[in-house]
Design a protein around this ligand. Structure first.
Ligand code: GLC
Length: 798
């Protein structure tokens, strides 16, 4: 079943049926002023922190209410509806709703009884308030008198938990006022103080473009006793009571009235935010004075986002791939990069920091689109390494390099809830730093001096070396890297005595990257050492982790092999196989074999399971996955982030057909027609899909904020499309379905433009037999930046 379609030209997803299987959301603004909005105008807003700076209430996990509601009322007969399908929920036979989620804005249009409306919601670029722009047109043949009412339910306390549960307190610390077009809310114990120290801030809601003729600051008086948002008495009566909140619940509702002759049009603007009274008044005046301001702001938003996305565009025979690469996967990469795991309709904002691995992985998704943004975040993450090379599992949003305590200190665990180091965290720096330098050519990045989280500073190069030292100082059984509190898999506690094969393969790959850095710098001492260590680790892996037709997943603290082929449960795991290929540990014949093993043993129509069979009765001590129902999350679910590594591994092997089959299995856009099964937005990845052991096989969960965005992006760009930047230049080696006859790409590479045409006359699955740059054959197939003009034609024959 379909609920909408992709509009590639406008870079929008258009929802044509508002009764979507789950609330389908979009992101507005930034964590400075953030807003999440669904196709039915549900969602919430916050200032700086989803948990501590919450402005709007939202019922998580329920009925997608409340929201940013605009009611329309025919004042002749009292009939009313809403600019979004919810909350009034007019029958879809009489009312038509369309929602366009775009890059940084959402526009919901409605047609009902001769009135066409469009409510566009956005946060201006760099802005810290939100705008609800309403455009109206009388498409009928009679003059109409309409009441328009905007309403939002504000929290009584910015701490959303306090607001929801501590009613004996939070109801009595806030009140609302009406002053000259502004509905204002003050909170006595202003918890925002903790976040930005500004006690002057008030919440405000205002309306520009018409006179306020009635208002309400009190939820109960707006809704009426025992009424919900579907039929507030204030809307039913076409008049608000003027009552303010004093000891109850806050709502900001404003009412205006207008006349629309046939064909007549009108525009209204509602503004919402948290600022001083003076700033709010100034904003109101500006929007009142310049009615064209919203159009300008929307154009600036589009130019910003589309400008970033234009740095890499493709035109392939696959429409789903094009939608994802050109807009949606790229946009999601930015959203995860900017918002981390802070706030969504699943995450309520409580995680007040950056997960180390998550963020270092997220950076990979945008390096090719916005290297400057990547650079800044990368330096920030390097400054969250402890002086011995280990990484802080959670980096606070208030991170203060040089002054942080570390997991060795009980205070750190108390503040963050993270008791100890993960084995993998700092190792993610290697592919990320490598990709950054390869993309930008900024070799001197390794010489930047960066503080450690706790004390001291070093060059990036030394930070990297220390990350390796940390792993080498945490070896477990047989001298393999210990699994510590977790490796990539949060549910595998392999401890200090056990071993993680994932991390072993990661470290094997790390030695290779560090050797390449060292060679570039003519640091032969380190280069030799890396080579030696890589070989030594390689043979340990061979001796202790190879299991005939698969790599095992780890060794527990008690010496149990996890992922052994004879185990009754969890006998086959995806990640050690794909990483054996990515890291180069598996030679070609073995790589083929292990990838076949997981194809047979783990693949499903919706992607590949993380492992099988799920834990039920035979978990080892550290198998936290047992907590999850079989087929969900880490317990044999189709974890989506590793699908990116899977297709990358197949692509590196030159298996274009299989890489692309894997891509389509979990590609949101490819499941647009089965959106009822998949449930999540067809334009955004989730964290996992349910495996065949769930009664809801194929259903996806935990939308938007997931590492899936970046790994799939890298898998597509480097793997399938074959753009592989190295320290020397750019290799282009596509791995595509044999039936693709060709495709084109346009890429901004270090400020120069590449228009790349790939041709596949012989129906191959991979490879590059000839590369031409501006007509000239490039003998070694390596594009060097100094050979480029400003505009370049690159042609590749597979
Ligand atoms: C979640 C976590 C991520 C972890 C993954 C696997 O996505 O955010 O850090 O790697 O689960 O456990």
């Amino acid at each position: 079943m379909q609920f909408g379609y992709f509009d590639a030209e406008r870079r929008e997803y258009v929802i044509t049926r508002p009764d979507t299987p789950a609330p389908w959301a979009n992101y507005l603004g930034s964590p400075k002023y953030g807003a999440i909005i669904t196709a039915n105008a549900g969602g919430y807003s916050f200032v700086e922190s989803g948990a501590a700076g919450r402005l709007l209430r939202y019922h998580f996990n329920q009925d997608d209410t409340p929201g940013r509601y605009i009611y329309l009322r025919d004042d002749e007969d009292g009939d009313f509806w809403s600019a979004s399908w919810l909350p009034v929920a007019k029958s879809l036979e009489e009312a038509r709703y369309t929602c366009r989620h775009g890059t940084g804005y959402t526009a919901i249009s409605a047609q009902y009884r001769g009135i066409a409306s469009e409510a566009t919601y956005y946060v201006p670029l760099e802005g810290s308030h939100e705008v609800w722009l309403l455009r109206l047109r009388n498409t009928g043949s009679t003059p109409r008198t309409l009441s328009i009412l905007g309403a939002a339910e504000l929290t009584n306390d910015g701490h959303y938990e306090q607001d929801s549960v501590n009613l004996q307190y939070t109801q009595f610390i806030t009140r609302t006022f009406y002053e000259d077009g502004l509905l204002l809310q003050t909170i006595n114990e202003n918890c925002r103080q903790a976040v930005n120290g500004n006690t002057q801030d008030m919440r405000f809601f205002t309306l520009c473009g018409g006179p306020v003729i009635s208002y309400s600051g009190d939820r109960e008086s707006f809704l009426g006793a025992y009424h919900g948002y579907e039929a507030p008495t204030g809307v039913r009566d076409g008049k608000l009571t003027g009552q303010m909140n004093y000891g109850g619940n806050t709502c900001a509702a404003l009412h205006t009235r207008l006349q629309l002759p046939p064909g007549g049009e009108a525009q209204l603007v509602f503004l919402l935010g948290e600022k001083s009274r003076e700033q709010a008044t100034t904003l109101r005046r500006q929007y009142e004075k310049y009615p064209e301001r919203p159009a300008r702001e929307l154009a600036a938003l589009q130019a910003h986002w589309h400008g970033l996305l234009n740095n890499f565009q493709v035109n392939t025979p696959s429409a789903p791939l094009n939608h994802m690469m050109n807009t949606w996967n790229a946009y999601q990469c930015f959203i995860t990069f900017i918002w981390s795991r802070a706030a969504s309709l699943t995450y309520c904002g409580l995680r007040n920091g950056y997960g180390y691995r998550d963020t270092v992985q997220d950076i990979q998704g945008i390096i090719h689109l916005a290297p400057d943004m990547a650079r800044e975040k990368l330096l920030f993450m390097l400054s969250a390494q402890v002086h011995h090379g280990g990484a802080l599992p959670l980096v606070k949003f208030t991170h203060d390099p040089g002054h942080e305590n570390s997991p060795e200190d009980p205070e750190y665990a108390k503040q963050t809830g993270h008791p100890s180091y993960r084995a993998d965290d700092a190792l993610w720096l290697f592919p990320t730093v490598y990709k950054y330098i390869a993309e930008t050519g900024e070799h001197s990045f390794l010489d930047e001096v960066v503080s450690y989280a706790d004390k001291g500073e070093d060059t990036v190069y030394k930070h990297m070396k220390k990350a390796i030292d940390f792993s080498m100082q945490h070896l477990g059984i047989y001298g393999l890297p210990a699994g510590l509190h977790a490796d990539w898999n949060d549910c595998l506690r392999l401890g200090e005595q056990g071993a993680s094969v994932f991390v072993a393969l990661q470290l094997y790959y790390t030695f290779d990257i560090m050797e390449r850095f060292a060679l570039q710098r003519s640091d032969s001492g380190i280069a030799d050492e890396m080579k030696r260590q890589r070989e030594a680790l390689g043979s340990l892996i061979e001796t202790h982790c190879w299991n005939g037709d698969r790599y095992i997943r780890g060794i527990s603290e008690t010496g149990e092999m996890v992922g052994h082929r004879d185990s009754p449960e969890a006998s086959l795991w995806m990640n050690p196989q794909s990483w054996a290929v990515i890291s180069g540990h598996a030679d070609e014949a073995r790589a083929r074999k292990i990838m076949d093993t997981i194809h047979e043993g783990l693949n499903t129509p919706w992607g590949m399971r993380l492992m099988s069979p799920p834990y039920k009765e035979h978990p080892f001590e550290g198998a936290q996955a047992l907590l999850f129902n079989p087929g969900l999350k880490e317990n044999g679910g189709i974890f989506l982030q590793p699908q990116g590594w899977l297709l990358l591994a197949e692509a590196l092997l030159g298996h274009g057909n299989r890489a692309f089959d894997y891509y389509l299995e979990s590609c949101p856009a490819a499941q647009n027609d089965s959106a009822d099964t998949r449930r999540l937005e067809p334009y955004a990845y989730g964290q996992f899909a349910e495996g065949s052991q769930s009664p809801f096989a194929g259903r996806s969960n935990v939308h938007w904020l997931t590492g899936t965005a970046s790994t799939v992006m890298v898998g597509c760009v480097e793997g399938i499309l074959g753009l592989r930047p190295t320290l020397e230049g750019l290799h282009i080696c596509p791995s595509t379905p044999a039936e693709w006859q060709g495709f084109t790409m346009r890429k901004n590479w270090r400020g120069k433009w590449l228009s790349i045409t790939v041709q596949n006359p012989q129906g191959k699955e991979s490879g590059c037999t000839c590369m031409r740059l501006n007509g000239q054959v490039v003998a070694d197939g390596l594009l060097r930046w100094d050979l480029l003009a400003v505009e370049n034609e690159v042609s590749i024959t597979m």
